[in-house]
Design a protein around this ligand. Structure first.
Ligand code: CUK
Ligand code: CUA
Ligand code: CA
Length: 631
């Protein structure tokens, strides 16, 4: 086998670096592409285009009162939340606070949310990129959504039955979780997480040198959210995806140079895709071939160099997105600084790991697509859709034809280039990450909106565009302004998600409230009681629209006050709130939910509390008073 080092240096096969336009013109005009490629393409005629335009299309219009066909889960980027949209209407249905603090629901304020945020609740920010839904045999099971936090090296899980974050795990020994994907087969047992930045090991100030710096690939147990294992890699880690056998996961690396400066990260003509062999990693741990780092008990396997658990496949240059095709055949790495995508045949990976073939033998196509390929998605009909950041386009291309072209056949694999507005990052076709990819809708998350909307000052919204891909021709049907910064989204059929309309009283989401109430001899569903415990005061109250079960309670200045509100309403949509004036306290209490919040009683005097979720004609009247006495 050729050494990886030889392969990442200049080689004749490596595409030119830089942003020269080379063969493709930027314009969307198909005729232009056909003319410029000179591939003797099987381009559509103007007549067939007109016919295609006339064919029955998806209807993007969802009339008032009608429901969308898909749920879309949007990452909220450095805003820290997850947003739920209906597709194709692109109506925002809900926001799920995750790594942010949310004034309306009290996320980051309530005891329940702080407990979930754990020891890391001191962070008020997050940076989420990649939302992914748990799977059973390669199909969404609708149970959980997982999302990364690059800013503070965490991974969160959202329960999709109540659309609330229920676990947050801080990943040890690494910095900046970026790429995140789930095991698809046999089910989502693992959450795979890429830490982007290399750091010294141990990172305790004893050594700042690069020689002892590396980053790691982390697998979480999806059910417990504990860290299962980590694998040390060469270079760094960007995006990742898993296959449909449960055996392989692949990640892009843009910094094989381990450079600290921009120019350095672009020095090699090739970086690589690192492929992880999950079976071999598990076997290595079983055999005791691992170490631990510092206080962490996580087994760490060394996947550097000629390790048996990894293979480093050279690809051009600073690759970014890594996307598995829904037929399970290919990992496709997106070139970013190269105008190409690299198609890796997953069926060849067994031979690669058994050293029967060379690293680059796994590449079966490397189509030239345009400038700045970032992410690829699929329609389940053999076509791929790649975002071209520099060209501000989505290019539709045929994978089988790209393979033929790579083998020397005279075919054009480009089907269409469509202008998008502007500079797209991720794109995502309906159900594309599962076996059920249905090729109906394509969401393109454009990083710039420029002139597409009414101006709102120097900070612009992004532009999430909806494209109908059900026909031969991609058709732009909707612009959707979005606040910073949906890197990625996922579309799932509405029947694949089952939500609760009201809470079960036994829900684990507020189990800690019940535990405390039991200790205090309080029945949450019936009692309105004040329990004093030194300078700790626990106030238990019920609520039924439009009154709280307690209109007044007394505490002393400086007391640590915990208020538990149990919403006894059983009617869907009758959510109450609890807001204590001048105490920074606000929370949601949905039907049959208990929520609690702890704060320090302020200066002596009267403080009103009130319901801040509109629940009744007499919602304004729903309130009470906290009387604070001198200590
Ligand atoms: S990344 Cu942002 S556009 Cu974090 Cu998936 Cu590519
Ligand atoms: Cu209860 Cu508003
Ligand atoms: Ca590089």
């Amino acid at each position: 086998m050729k050494k990886r080092d030889e392969l990442t240096k200049d080689t004749p096969e490596a595409p030119e670096s830089g942003f020269s336009r080379r063969r493709f013109m930027g314009a969307a005009a198909l005729a232009g592409v056909a003319g410029a490629t000179g591939l003797g393409a099987t381009m559509m005629t103007r007549e067939s285009f007109a016919a295609a335009a006339k064919e029955a299309r998806n209807n993007a219009h969802v009339a008032p009162g009608e429901l969308d066909e898909y749920y879309g889960f949007w990452s909220g980027g450095h805003q820290g939340e997850v947003r739920v949209l209906g597709v194709p209407s692109m109506r925002e249905l809900m926001r799920i606070p995750v790594f942010n603090v949310d004034s309306a629901t009290g996320w980051g304020i309530t005891n329940e949310s702080k407990e979930i945020l754990g020891g890391d609740q001191q962070y008020l920010n997050g940076d989420c990129h990649h939302p992914h839904i748990s799977m059973e045999d390669g199909r969404y099971d609708g149970k959980y959504l997982f999302i990364n936090d690059k800013a503070n090296t965490r991974v969160a899980r959202i329960r999709l039955d109540i659309m609330k974050t229920d676990k947050v795990t801080f990943i040890p020994n690494v910095q900046a979780i970026h790429g995140l994907r789930l095991q698809k087969v046999p089910r989502t047992n693992y959450v795979f997480c890429n830490a982007e930045f290399v750091i010294p090991q141990p990172n305790d100030g004893s050594d700042y040198s690069l020689e002892n710096s590396y980053t790691m690939f982390t697998a979480l147990n999806a059910e417990t959210m504990d860290v299962a294992w980590q694998v040390i890699v060469d270079g760094n880690l960007d995006n990742t995806d898993a296959d449909y056998t449960g055996k392989y996961v692949a990640s892009t690396c843009y910094n094989s140079e381990k450079a600290l400066d921009l120019a350095g990260t672009m020095r090699n003509d090739r970086d690589w895709v690192v492929v992880f062999n999950v079976e071999r990693i598990e076997a290595a741990i079983k055999a005791g071939n691992f170490k631990t780092i510092g206080d962490s008990k996580v087994p760490v396997v060394d996947g550097r160099g000629e390790s048996e658990v990894t293979r480093y496949i050279p690809v051009p240059k600073n690759p970014h997105g890594l996307n598995t095709s829904p037929d399970g055949k290919y990992f496709i790495a997106n070139g970013k600084l190269s105008p190409t995508c690299s198609v890796i045949e997953i069926a060849k990976l067994d031979d690669l790991f058994d050293n029967k073939i060379e690293l680059r033998d796994t590449i079966i196509a490397e189509p030239e697509l345009g400038l700045g390929p970032l992410h690829t998605t699929y329609d389940g009909r053999g076509n791929a859709y790649t975002t071209l950041f520099i060209d501000s386009q989505v290019v539709k291309w045929n994978i089988a034809d790209a393979i033929k072209h790579y083998n020397g056949e005279d075919v054009n694999y480009i089907r269409q280039k469509l202008d998008v507005h502007y500079q797209p990052g991720h794109n995502h076709a309906s159900l594309t990450e599962s076996r059920d990819a249905d090729g109906k809708w394509l969401v393109v998350l454009s990083k710039f909106s420029k002139d597409r909307f009414l101006p709102v000052g120097p900070l612009h919204p992004e532009n999430d565009q909806l494209i109908d891909i059900s026909g031969e021709e991609m058709k732009l049907v909707h612009d959707g302004p979005a606040f910073a910064e949906p890197h990625d989204c996922i579309l799932v059929r509405r029947d694949q998600i089952k939500t609760k309309k009201i809470y079960d009283r036994g829900d684990a989401f507020f189990a800690s409230c019940r535990e405390q109430a039991q200790k205090d001899g309080v029945t949450l569903e019936a009692d309105n009681k004040v329990i004093r415990d030194g300078n700790k005061v626990r106030v238990y109250m019920t609520s039924v629209a439009p009154i709280y079960g307690m209109l007044e309670f007394k505490v002393k200045e400086g007391d640590e006050v915990s208020v538990y509100v149990t919403n006894l309403d059983t009617i869907e949509d009758v959510t109450h709130g609890f807001c204590m004036v001048n105490h920074g306290v606000s929370m949601e209490v949905s039907p049959q939910q208990t929520a609690s919040v702890t704060f320090t009683a302020g200066k002596p005097g009267v403080y009103w509390y009130y319901c801040n979720w509109f629940c009744h004609a007499l919602h304004m009247e729903m309130g009470g008073r906290m009387l604070v006495e001198k200590a």
